[in-house]
Design a protein. Structure first.
Length: 137
């Protein structure tokens, strides 16, 4: 169901009166929205969007694959409703080390992904190559 609210041609408050012709619905200039502390809200919005997508897509993928639970809790305990925090904690130990001589990378050492990490990437539709440097693929 879609609800569309229509503004009257003229609207007013006790201290303001304006018509749609005088105040267009979109600002004429792009303005960056910041918080009181001055932080840019776009990055925060993007983080919330990623979190919402992970928490929406993972249960759908688990249902599609007939998985009731994943071993996301410490000590490999099962979890029926995974959160983004649990997913990020699982990938927080993924590391990459580079052996550099002068200005050149001699060798790249990646910690191999665990089977659970690979399973989560498959469920979320993220290729394993996303965790490899461009020169290593």
């Amino acid at each position: 169901m879609i609800v569309i609210a229509m503004l009257p041609a003229t609207f007013s408050r006790s201290d303001v009166t304006a018509s749609q012709e005088e105040s267009p619905p979109f600002p004429r200039e792009r303005q960056s929205v910041t918080t009181e502390g001055g932080e840019d809200v776009k990055l925060y919005f993007l983080a919330l969007l990623v979190q919402a997508l992970i928490e929406r897509e993972l249960p759908l993928a688990m249902k599609r694959e007939n998985l009731d639970e994943l071993a996301l809790y410490p000590e490999q305990r099962q979890c029926a409703r995974p959160t983004t925090e649990q997913i990020m904690r699982l990938f927080s130990l993924a590391q990459r080390h580079r052996l550099i001589e002068g200005a050149h990378t001699v060798q790249v050492f990646d910690v191999p992904l665990t089977e659970l990490q690979r399973q989560l990437l498959r469920l979320l539709g993220v290729p394993e190559d996303a965790f490899r440097p461009p020169d290593y693929r």
